[in-house]
Design a protein around this ligand. Structure first.
Ligand SMILES: [Zn+2]
Length: 234
């Protein structure tokens, strides 16, 4: 089931009250249209009836796609600084729904699910896109770290992030975008050759230590290395 509930908002342009149905959980097996909306950057877009300004409600929902093996706690971008707490909450919820705390039939479903925590729309969209193209999200994060070390000027700053946004079929590569997390505005795109993905894939020993750190928790995102001490190795 996909669950919606009414939320009272205020139009950021004219301050008129706006009521919208916000989603609390998305079941992509039953509502593939909602998955398409996330991929098309239009899910939870709202238009103010008074002034026609359009804006977007930040994500705060659980995403389930049994067919594609994904369970995501998709949270607002502003919660990223609390990622350890959010991971703990997601773990509790997942455990009760599909993990050790769930009935055996649900646990069987859970065994096929890759669990992730994301912050902001670009991050949850990225996880769906990675699955769509049969890629490994850990390697995508490793590519970002390689890009950070390789380019001369990096627009990385608070609220700016690097996201995989599309495949580049013409150039056999992957398109990454520097974008502003909250507004989703793209600052700069770059096409990265597919050889980089393959080089990392073919050298698991060389990347093993980094993989362990990235996979330590459900928040598989290189940005966690720039925020505090992180989770102790376990
Ligand atoms: Zn308005």
């Amino acid at each position: 089931m996909s669950l919606f509930h009414p939320v009272n908002l205020v139009c950021p342009a004219c301050e008129a009250p706006v009521v919208m149905m916000a989603v609390g959980s998305v079941n992509a097996d039953r509502r593939p249209d909602l998955r398409e909306d996330i991929l098309s950057d239009r899910f939870q877009d709202i238009e103010c009836e008074a002034c026609k300004e359009s804006f977007r409600l930040q994500p705060q929902f659980n995403y389930l796609d049994v067919g594609r093996g994904q369970w995501i706690a998709a949270m607002q971008s502003a919660k990223m600084q609390d990622h350890l707490e959010v991971e703990d909450e997601a773990e509790t919820l997942f455990s009760a729904s599909y993990g050790a705390g769930a009935p055996s039939a649900a646990q069987e479903v859970g065994n096929g699910l890759k669990v992730r925590v994301t912050f902001g729309w670009p991050a949850v969209r990225e996880k769906l896109l990675i699955q769509e193209h049969g890629l490994d999200d850990v390697i995508i994060e490793m590519m970002k770290m390689h890009i950070l070390r390789s380019v001369e000027s990096v627009p990385l700053a608070q609220g700016i992030e690097l996201r995989f946004v599309d495949v580049d079929e013409d150039n056999d590569g992957y398109i990454f975008s520097w974008l502003e997390t909250a507004s989703e505005d793209a600052i700069e795109n770059l096409s990265v050759p597919a050889e980089l993905y393959k080089a990392i894939l073919d050298n698991p020993e060389g990347w093993d230590a980094l993989r362990t750190r990235l996979e330590n928790g459900y928040f598989v995102d290189m940005q966690k290395f720039y925020m505090g001490e992180g989770r102790p190795a376990g």
